[in-house]
Design a protein around this ligand. Structure first.
Ligand code: ZN
Length: 1025
């Protein structure tokens, strides 16, 4: 018997052509007839009428909006439907996230939050077991890994390259075991299935109010009776489909975007289809139709007891036809993509400080949740991707800005409490009541900040969200060049003033008086803590030198750099050489653009480049300049070359005194369109490294994947678009190397990138197009602001050095560390300090604070620290290295949770799945058997647990030095005793108690080991007071 699992489903985009709320409430019907509230109303009613029916729901952002509006009676009824499996939650994240442009931290967060609400509301029965990524435009390996680590049994998806899909259906490889990680082994394996018909119903069987297919007409004497013809047609579809799959089970999606607003229409016709189809069994038919869900289907596959093919690469890039490579969205809306990254950064700061808050007000949770939910929405496959309408993009940005405001109030409150010290101490202190603003300047990227520009005395508080102490070069926009920076010890900090580039000052919408940036090195920022600086404009201007550009040289080369890395620019102003690790390599950098193809979209050949699709015109590439104007600034802290390529592209290339890499801060836009040609702008680094068509790109910011030009690992690809077909999503890093040298670039937001020639890396930074690409958004990607084209600014970090043998830490390990420190640098909070003198500031406030007591090795990342349920914290530790990336650092590390989180009074701790909502020791996943036992991927070294050697591995190699913060916070301040950083780690002690005296059990509970690329998630139970 061939079981046909009919999946009644709706695909509800959390914003696309309409905003989230317009979709929920069903407004703007002229744009799209879609109202999610009606869908859930209607489906629940239909399910309650008939216990045979099934429905799945996916997007928690919508579901919980609806749930909160329901009366208790309806809520009870829905709980019953969930308990009985008639309504099943699938995936369960806040939105169905994109997989190319999202960062894993945000994906994990949005799953954790959606699954938490489901868990809190419905318990075990509400917990999804199956991933449902039916619409995202290609699929990442890391996503598979994350699903597996969340305890999911499998995942189904809709979109894969058309050639890949054909091949897989032909060879019955559409369902497979996906090895999600090259580091984690089986725990990252995920059963994954490609759906047959994306997520639509078979042609002619769309029975929704939004469709126009003929219903099943079964009036016995009706002249329109079509039962035989319809069932025949359906069977034809089923039989054809069956040739592509391995078991006598088929999954057929019955639904589409915003379907089931009138659920009865669908169900009535499905009832008839099932009845008339199954009637034929009496006459020997072996086809059995049933209402089902993806998890029932998956169980049938599991129970079939057969073996499955495996896969170790990913599903990028996605092509839907020979000229439609969905690689444009890797870059589309570059400023929204960056704003989202800022949002993640701020959310982590907000979570940590909310967890560390001595006292919280009633709104704390609501503020934090709003930001969590906004970030969940941002991950949606039409949000961060840039494939939504302009109005919807603006709505996303606005939501995010409200999220920033909400979390800012939490942060301001907590930091004022922490810097104020305890009440007793306050009473005896001689100072006026003072509240710091702790304001975020959201326009620091264009050197604009009201407080630092307009006040003569202000404080800058640097909150470090990482679990190791960091040192960081800070840039503060100022209107003059005479400032004194004093640290919390009263020491004057060395500063350098650099002019803001003319091109930034001239940005047409920039309203700022800042002409300079005050640069200083903020050193030893305490882990999960802050250090504050007092910045005062000096009255004695004569003591300060106005920054001067180096005299212009027409005939000689320009060199900037330090002992680690040196960059040479030729007389035309272009980068030509990089020296690092004793290597001297020819490396050039320039900006170029592709002209976007324009067509009528009527057939493949006439496809336009658009929000989704990257399709350059004849692969022609245009350099933007043959001559670059440069200005050079050198000082004690940083050396900079300010480059002007043309009227709309400029760049600052800088090397800080102690850095091992170079920073390229680009400014692109408004992209001109007077010639009526859309342009896709890239930066290209060309080197003499012999990469032989091989390059490496990251997967959602975690593991690196090997790419080869014009090649796919699992089939013999034919690429009709030589450029677009070789583009891959770069979430954090792209790299290439040969036997001796290596070049890597870190990005500050998702971008498309490739290596089209040996030794060259390119990244698309901005795009402005004049035609829609006909995939539904219905608008050209022509972003404007204040009446002109959008200006984007961002950073690339360039690493060059020895690819293998290297003294001290490997280049790859260094890249990992900088990747983390640039993802989550210190958050900068400004406060007007006009009423205070520097001494008053020093004596009256706690200007340094450590939130955790042990400095973790730099390879360990405190990925999550947030308030969870009452008296609970959600905590994640992550090892940021891959196996083999460094001989010393890519090793297992042990830590004691109690030790690290000693600011908290911990009663118990229990490990969970990655999402934080199921106990790890109670989680069992369905096991699927791979085709061959000779697995193609490496078997992994296991690190033997050394029982009692319970300590943090100290990291004392050069460049990755772990420095213990110089001091703890003063005694008497909040948590000062317990927060003081331990200077002397004793191998034989845990929390000051001799290991010998602790029971094995007690040790093993809090002492954990983390292997390369591993993330371990815990609920920490706090003492109630
Ligand atoms: Zn969608």
């Amino acid at each position: 018997m061939l079981n046909v699992h009919l999946i009644a489903h709706t695909h509800d985009d959390v914003g696309w052509l309409k905003t989230v709320d317009q979709y929920y409430y069903g407004s703007e019907t002229r744009i799209q007839k879609a109202g999610v509230q009606y869908i859930i109303d209607s489906v629940v009613e239909a399910l309650l009428k008939d216990p045979e029916k099934r429905f799945i729901y996916v997007e928690s952002a919508f579901f919980f909006k609806w749930w909160k509006e329901q009366k208790p009676k309806v809520q009870e009824a829905v709980k019953m439907l969930v308990d009985q499996g008639r309504l099943e939650f699938i995936s369960g994240a806040w939105s169905m996230n994109d997989e190319a442009t999202t960062h894993y931290q945000s994906v994990i967060d949005q799953f954790a939050w959606g699954l938490k609400l489901l868990n809190d509301t419905f318990g075990e029965c509400g917990r999804p077991r199956v991933g449902w990524q039916i619409d995202p435009f290609g699929h990442s390996r890391e996503m598979a890994s994350m699903f597996a680590q969340m305890g999911f049994d499998g995942m189904f998806f809709g979109r894969l390259d058309y050639q890949d899909k054909d091949e897989r259906l032909m060879t019955k490889n559409a369902e497979m075991i996906w090895h999600g990680s090259a580091n984690l082994g089986e725990t990252a394996d995920l059963f994954s299935g490609a759906l047959y018909n994306n997520y639509q119903a078979p042609d002619g069987f769309c029975f929704d109010i939004l469709c126009s297919d003929t219903p099943i007409i079964d009036g016995k004497h009706s002249p329109d009776n079509n039962v035989k013809e319809r069932v025949d047609a359906f069977f034809e579809f089923v039989n054809k489909m069956a040739t592509g799959y391995r078991t006598p089970n088929l999954l057929i999606t019955m639904g589409e975007d915003f379907h089931y607003q009138n659920a009865d229409m669908w169900y009535k016709n499905l009832d008839k289809l099932i009845m008339y189809a199954n009637e034929r069994q009496a006459n020997g038919s072996n086809i059995n139709l049933l209402y089902s869900t993806p998890s029932c289907y998956l169980k049938s596959l599991h129970d079939a007891g057969i073996v499955w093919p495996t896969k170790s690469d990913d599903f990028f890039p996605y092509a839907s036809d020979p000229h439609a490579y969905w690689t444009g969205y890797f870059t589309s809306r570059p400023t929204l993509k960056r704003y989202e990254r800022d949002g993640n950064h701020f959310l982590q700061v907000c979570k940590q400080l909310s967890a560390l808050a001595p006292t919280t007000s009633a709104e704390f949770d609501a503020h934090l949740s709003f930001m969590r939910e906004t970030m969940g929405i941002m991950q949606h496959h039409d949000a961060i991707t840039g494939t939504e309408k302009q109005k919807v993009a603006l709505d996303y940005a606005k939501r995010l800005s409200v999220g920033f405001d909400a979390c800012s109030t939490n942060i301001k409150s907590v930091l004022n409490q922490l810097s104020d010290g305890p009440v007793e101490a306050k009473a005896t202190r001689p100072r006026a009541a003072f509240e710091f603003e702790f304001k975020t300047c959201s326009l620091l990227n264009i050197s604009s900040c009201e407080i630092s520009e307009k006040t003569d005395k202000f404080t800058l508080t640097l909150y470090n969200p990482l679990a190791h102490s960091t040192s960081e070069y800070v840039r503060v926009p100022v209107s003059d060049y005479n400032y004194v920076v004093t640290d919390n010890n009263g020491a004057t900090v060395i500063t350098q003033v650099v002019p803001v580039p003319t091109e930034v000052i001239d940005i047409f919408h920039r309203e700022s008086s800042a002409k300079y940036e005050l640069v200083f090195l903020a050193s030893n920022l305490p882990p999960v803590g802050y250090r504050s600086y007092f910045i005062e404009k000096s009255e004695n201007r004569n003591n300060f030198a106005k920054p001067q550009a180096q005299p212009k040289k027409r005939s000689s080369l320009t060199v900037i750099g330090n002992e680690h890395i040196e960059l040479t620019f030729d007389t035309n102003g272009f980068l030509t050489e990089v020296t690092a690790d004793g290597l001297n390599r020819l490396i050039s950098q320039e900006f170029l653009y592709y002209e976007g193809a324009v067509g009528n979209n009527a057939e493949f050949l006439n496809r336009s480049s658009g929000a989704y699709i990257f399709r350059p015109n004849e692969d022609k590439i245009v350099p933007v300049a043959t001559q670059v104007t440069i200005e050079v600034y050198k000082g004690d802290l940083v050396e900079e070359v300010h480059q002007k390529f043309n009227d709309w592209i400029s760049q600052v290339v800088r090397v800080y005194h102690k850095s091992n890499y170079a920073e390229f801060e680009w400014l692109v836009g408004p992209i001109p369109i007077d010639d009526e040609i859309g342009k896709e702008v890239i930066t290209r680094f060309k080197s003499d490294i012999e990469s032989n068509g091989i390059f490496y790109t990251d997967s959602n910011g975690r593991e690196m994947l090997k790419r080869k030009l014009n090649h796919r690992d699992t089939w013999d690809v034919k690429i009709a678009e030589a450029v677009a077909g070789n583009y891959y999503p770069i979430t954090t890093k792209i790299a290439l190397e040969d036997e001796t040298a290596r070049m890597a670039i870190l990005v500050d937001r998702a971008q498309g990138g490739s290596s089209l020639q040996d030794g060259a890396l390119e990244l698309m930074v901005h795009r402005r197009l004049l035609k829609d690409d006909a995939f539904g958004v219905g608008e050209a990607l022509n972003e404007t602001e204040y009446g002109d084209g959008l200006v984007a600014r961002g950073k690339h970090h360039l690493f060059v050095g020895l690819s293998k043998q290297r003294e001290g830490v490997s280049l790859k390990a260094l890249e990992r560390l900088v990747q983390l420190e640039t993802l989550l640098p210190s958050w900068k909070l400004f406060s007007n300090a006009e009423p205070l003198s520097v001494d008053e500031w020093r004596n009256s406030f706690t200007n340094i604070y450590n939130g955790i007591s042990v400095v973790l090795p730099k390879t360990l990342h405190l990925l999550t620290l947030e308030p969870w349920h009452d008296n609970q914290l959600l905590v994640r530790f992550e090892h940021i290295m891959e196996k083999g990336e460094d001989a010393y650092y890519a090793k297992a590390v042990q830590l004691n949770i109690k030790d690290v989180l000693s600011a908290f009074e911990i009663e118990d701790v229990r490990e969970t799945t990655l999402d934080g909502n199921a106990w790890l020791d109670e989680t069992q996943r369905m096991q699927f058997v791979a085709e061959s036992t000779a697995e193609s991927y490496d078997s992994y070294a296991t690190f033997s647990k050394s029982g009692k050697s319970v300590h943090l591995l100290s990291a004392d190699k050069p460049l990755l030095e772990v420095k213990y913060s110089e001091e703890g916070i003063p005694a008497g301040s909040l948590g000062a005793e317990s927060n003081r950083i331990k200077r002397d780690l004793d191998d034989n002690q845990v929390n000051g108690i001799d290991i010998e005296q602790l029971s094995e059990k007690e040790i093993s509970k809090y002492v954990i080991e983390i292997n390369p690329m591993e993330i371990r998630t815990f609920i920490v139970f706090l003492a109630t007071n």
